[in-house]
Design a protein around this ligand. Structure first.
Ligand SMILES: [Zn+2]
Length: 176
C-alpha cells in the first residue's frame, strides 16, 4: 500500500485531498510496519503539522478504515490501534471437515487485522499466513443429526436438545 494508492482511493470516492488527510495518510505510510494509536500518530504529526487536531486524526483514520486502506485493531481491553493494511500478505485460510475430508475456502476478512497484530507482536514482516480450521462441515452435521444417533458416528456426540441452532454458513452458495 502506497501513499499514491491512498490518494487515488480518496479521489475515487470523491473525498477532497485536504492537507490533514494528506498528513494522516503520510503518517500511516511512514509507520507501515507498526500499529499505533490515534494519539501516537497525532503526537508524531504535530511536529510537522502543528495545526492538526486530534479529532481530525481520528476522523481521518476512521475514513481510511472505511475505505479499506487502514486496519483498526483492538486486542482484549487494549487501546485501539491503527495500521496500514498490508496487501502483500498472503493469507491462506481453509476449512477442513474431519468427517468427510472436504476442504473449503474460508474468507474471513476479520483475520487481516489479526495479521497486523501478529506482525506487531513478532516484529516479523509477515509474507504468508496459513490458517487451517478443522471441524464438521454443515452437510456432515446435518447427516449426523438426521440419523438419530443410531450406530457409530464420527465427531463429538451431542446430547439430544443440546445442539446449537443451525447456523447459516456464510458463503454457502445455493448449491442444493
Ligand atoms: Zn463433512
Amino acid at each position: 500500500m502506497t501513499i499514491r494508492r491512498i490518494l487515488e482511493t480518496l479521489a475515487q470516492h470523491d473525498y477532497r485531498l485536504t492537507w490533514q488527510r494528506w498528513a494522516v495518510a503520510a503518517g500511516v505510510v511512514l509507520n507501515q510496519d507498526r500499529l499505533l494509536t490515534a494519539e501516537e500518530l497525532y503526537s508524531q504529526l504535530k511536529k510537522d503539522y502543528p495545526d492538526i487536531g486530534l479529532a481530525t486524526v481520528y476522523r481521518t483514520l476512521d475514513l481510511l478504515v472505511e475505505l479499506g486502506l487502514v486496519d483498526r485493531v483492538q486486542v482484549g481491553d487494549g487501546p485501539t490501534k491503527y495500521g496500514l493494511r498490508n496487501t502483500n500478505v498472503e493469507v491462506r485460510q481453509q476449512l477442513v471437515c474431519e468427517c468427510c475430508g472436504e476442504v473449503a475456502p474460508l474468507d474471513a476478512k476479520e483475520l487481516e487485522p489479526l495479521c497486523k497484530h501478529l506482525s506487531h507482536l513478532s516484529g516479523y514482516q509477515i509474507s504468508e499466513i496459513e490458517i487451517k480450521v478443522t471441524g464438521i462441515c454443515p452437510r456432515c452435521k446435518a447427516a449426523a443429526s438426521h440419523d438419530g444417533g443410531s450406530g457409530p458416528r464420527p465427531g463429538p456426540s451431542l446430547a439430544p436438545g443440546s445442539e446449537p441452532p443451525a447456523r447459516k454458513a456464510a458463503g454457502e452458495s445455493g448449491e442444493r
